[in-house]
Design a binder for this molecule. Sequence first.
Ligand SMILES: [Zn+2]
Length: 106
Amino acid sequence: MSLQLEHYPADEEHIKRQKAVARELRDTQWWKNLRGRGVCYYCKERFAAKSLTMDHVIPLSRGGFSTKGNIVACCKECNNQKKYLLPVEWEDYLQGRLGQDPKEQP
Ligand SMILES: [Zn+2]
């Protein structure tokens, strides 16, 4: 399976189908285990399992798929940031959360 963004922008049919797949994955033991680890994939901080949400690393709207390799558990804050930031701004956000030099954070 290719994770390239060649299908951008994804058509509605793709998104609809992949959302249905994601809904099914939500009921699997795989997802429960992933979420049960209680760690946000992006900021690596610890959270209560139920406060973690399902996120597609490559968004469905950019041609991402609902596969185990593309789905992660992340905290609400990261989820929101990811939604509202441009991809390049999102990179900066991650750098800030994970960066080695806390002085550069606002
Ligand atoms: Zn997070």
